[in-house]
Design a protein around this ligand. Structure first.
Ligand SMILES: [Fe+2]
Ligand SMILES: [Fe+2]
Length: 268
């Protein structure tokens, strides 16, 4: 591992100043739940790629421990700033809601396509943590900045490894550009989907001790939109999403601002 969460200086967190940052609380707690549940995905991925020992061993020895460490680092941050929140109780509830969704049925139909889907997921995580790193500067919280920076780097590295896997399987599958775009587009629509909503719901219910209504999540999503507008690294995301298309540099130069403009119009 390139870093260890035990080395993070949690004692130096300005907990008092962060305590009333409810949006930050939801953001980090949701992320900690999803990261710490990576073992379920690892088992499914290992089953899916059981023909390839190199990938299986990387998933077991590197990918899963790193994802779990992300969850632990974020959990410790939550417990440091919001110790009154019952993380374990909310996590149990999250698993109740979330685990039925984690099945092999959720996977793409082919190995190259699933690698592409994993690249989209790692694009989502690496850019999310980059945004969190940017946000932490405004919050004057360098400890969070350090955690987010470390995690973001790991996610970019995961992206690279899944890209290697995609290129390996695509030697046989020979996906056309429109196939690739379709997988990326379909998976992209899910990045912000069920897992985030279920995590938010579990956290909300335990924190507020009241029945959850969709409107609570809608309100949170509005804040996510504002957060993204200010801190999200759109160019980084677009470059990562376009990479499997193997556009040449000139085309890429034109495409990135075009896609960015299109996303803006769509309000993404
Ligand atoms: Fe992660
Ligand atoms: Fe990752």
């Amino acid at each position: 591992m390139r870093w260890h969460y035990e080395d993070i200086d949690y004692a130096n967190i300005n907990a008092k100043a962060l305590k009333d940052k409810t949006f930050l609380f939801y953001l980090i707690t949701s992320a900690s739940f999803i990261e710490i549940t990576s073992d379920v995905y690892e088992k499914n991925l290992i089953q899916f790629y059981s023909d390839n020992m190199k990938i299986v061993s990387w998933l077991e020895k590197v990918w899963e421990p790193e994802e779990i460490q992300h969850g632990k680092a974020l959990k410790k941050f939550v417990n440091t700033v919001w110790p009154e929140f019952d993380w374990e109780k909310a996590y149990e509830r999250f698993k109740e809601y979330y685990l039925p969704h984690c099945t092999l049925d959720e996977f793409q139909p082919t190995k190259a396509k699933e690698m592409l889907a994993r690249m989209v997921v790692e694009t989502g995580t690496s850019t999310f943590y980059k945004a969190l790193e940017n946000y932490s500067t405004d919050l004057n919280t360098p400890v969070l900045g350090k955690i987010a920076h470390n995690i973001s780097k790991d996610e970019v590295y995961h992206y690279d490894k899944f890209e290697d896997g995609f290129r390996y399987y695509n030697q046989n599958e020979k996906l056309r550009r429109d196939d690739i775009i379709k997988v990326i587009y379909d998976r992209l629509k899910e990045v912000d989907g069920e897992d985030g909503r279920l995590a938010f719901r579990a956290i909300w219910e335990v924190r507020e001790n009241e029945p959850f209504k969709d409107i609570h999540y809608e309100e949170h999503k509005k804040l996510v939109g504002k957060f993204a507008k200010k801190y999200y690294p759109y160019n980084m995301a677009i470059k990562m999403l376009l990479r499997p298309l193997d556009l040449n540099k000139t085309v890429e130069k034109v495409t990135v601002p075009m896609v960015r403009g299109a996303l803006k119009i769509l309000g993404i």
